[in-house]
Design a protein around this ligand. Structure first.
Ligand SMILES: *Cc1c(COP(=O)(O)O)cnc(C)c1O
Length: 491
């Protein structure tokens, strides 16, 4: 399996090279030359409902320059850190609505599924391509990626990691998770700006030859752990394939397939579901759930992507994004792989902040995707309603998914099973969740999580409770213009 940039259809690289580089030199994103189909033998393995076996089955179709033994070792090591042998438990909410709990890893967000295995992909890829430099991972985070990447790369030999987060755009718990991070090879800095400022700053550093030269002189090469990295996406395909087998095991009515509902920010997680569908998983509709930053809802409705709008800070901060980077991969697929078309859209986005896809692309997109959104009041109501009706507690991101799942059922009358991606533990957002179930939400976050535990009976993840006694190592905040100095260790 070879990989090409969304912006160039003539040059191909290996999976190891694509993962190591992160973003293609032309600014595009790496995509597989074709999407492999699941064979009958693959499906037989998947139906055994053994997450690690399913992971191996999917990964080896995409990462063909890794040996099966290498992949197997990586999968076993990566998912040993999860607090349940199921890795991603599927729970019935009510009727044919299910939640896929993706947050049982060390940082209590779905990003662990990819970021616990990515360091292995990167270090093995470095060996395979003969790279003898320290891989310096650069991350812009809206909250959860940063912590998951820090946890994955902390003290991994041959790597180093710098994380930027919007200083006022993450929850108290998310901030504590990052600023207390242990490890000799980690750096964390707040930035005075929002997530898009952080992401733009990071992209600029990647594109800056002078910075690359300075880093090279000290034996470092930059790479990305953001979901633009193919190594982030491929492990996420696994759980949608696995959900199929779990639904079957739990007796869901699967004759016409199932829908997946994904709380979406950078469009990575839902794109993984799209790849699972294209591999042959019987996914009917891909339901894209946004918060008040509804740029994707509008895009699917009109065919026009327009980031020229007010940016809102919401209670689901990991979805506070106006530039959904991974949409570029979908555009490429909708445009039949045309690099020229993608270059045109991205040029327009960079120059004017908007682009409009062709009528044909829009039609195809709406056959695949349904999109809707929830503002903070609707998100809070969704948490309260689910808890009152089922006793199940969702976080603020998952709650957007639950609300939009209802929108989808109401708009279409579709009764197929729906799998809602549950992307974070409610304990990462205790104030918002307590408020939503009618409890007072004042007090320090640790008092709040105790109240939430007493109220719901759901255990607090041990690594969240343990934050209470950790020292803050990284209190600093820089301006967007100072990010390069942080990366170069001058600040
Ligand atoms: C990152 C994140 C999202 C958005 O996922 P994308 O892949 O960026 O679309 C949603 N919910 C939570 C909790 C997240 O951490």
């Amino acid at each position: 399996m070879r990989y090409r940039s969304t912006r160039n259809e003539n040059e191909y690289v290996s999976s190891a090279r694509a993962i190591l580089t992160g973003i293609a030199p032309d600014g595009g994103l790496y995509i597989p030359e074709s999407i492999p189909r699941l064979t009958d033998e693959d499906v037989a393995v998947i139906m055994e409902c053994d997450y690690k076996k399913t992971a191996l089955t999917v990964l080896k179709k995409f990462l063909t320059d890794f040996t099966e033994a290498e992949l197997s070792d990586m999968v076993n090591a990566a998912y040993a850190s999860f607090d349940t042998p199921d890795v991603v438990p599927l729970k019935k909410l009510s009727g044919e609505d299910f939640v896929l709990e993706l947050w049982h890893g060390p940082t209590s967000a779905f990003k662990d599924v990819a970021l616990q295995i990515l360091p292995y992909f990167i270090t093995v890829s470095a060996k395979k391509t003969g790279l003898d430099k320290t891989v310096h991972i650069l991350v812009a985070t809206s909250g959860d990626t940063g912590k998951a990447a820090l946890e994955g790369f902390s003290d991994v030999a041959g790597t180093k990691i710098t994380v930027f987060y919007p200083a006022d755009g993450v929850s108290d718990m998310q901030k504590l998770q990052m600023t207390t991070q242990e490890g000799e090879n980690v750096r964390v800095s707040g930035i005075a700006g929002n997530f898009d400022d952080a992401q733009t700053g990071v992209k600029r550093i990647f594109a800056d030859a002078a910075i690359a030269e300075k880093l090279a002189a000290r034996g470092e090469v930059l790479s990305s752990a953001n979901s633009i990295n193919w190594g982030r996406l491929v492990p996420q395909i696994v759980y949608y394939v696995h959900a199929w087998a779990e639904l079957r095991k739990q007796g869901a009515a699967l004759s016409d397939g199932f829908n997946v509902v994904v709380p979406t920010g950078n469009f990575g997680n839902i794109l993984a579901a799209y790849y699972a569908k294209m591999m042959g998983t019987p996914i009917n509709m891909l339901v894209c759930a946004s918060n008040r930053n509804r740029v994707l809802t509008d895009f699917f409705a009109t065919g026009e992507y327009d980031k020229n709008r007010e940016f809102f800070t919401t209670e689901s901060p990991s979805m506070d994004i106006l530039i959904s980077s991974n949409l570029e991969r979908l555009l490429c697929a909708l445009a039949d792989g045309s690099a020229e078309a993608v270059r045109g859209f991205m040029k327009s986005l960079a120059e004017t902040g908007e682009y409009t896809v062709t009528g044909g692309m829009k039609r195809r997109a709406s056959e695949l995707f349904f999109a809707s959104c929830a503002d903070d009041a609707e998100t809070s109501a969704s948490i309260g309603k689910t808890f009152a009706e089922t006793g199940y507690l969702t976080d603020t991101h998952t709650a957007v998914g639950v609300k939009v799942c209802g929108d989808y059922r109401a708009a279409t009358g579709d009764e197929r099973p729906c799998v809602i991606a549950s992307t974070a533990s409610p304990y990462k957002f205790p104030a918002a969740v307590l408020g939503a179930i009618g409890e007072g939400a004042e007090g320090d976050p640790f008092a709040l999580i105790e109240r939430l535990e007493a109220k719901s009976g759901m255990p607090v993840p041990a690594r969240i409770a343990a934050l209470k006694d950790k020292a803050i190592r990284f209190p600093g905040v820089c301006r967007p213009g100072e990010m390069a100095e942080v990366v170069l260790g001058q600040r």
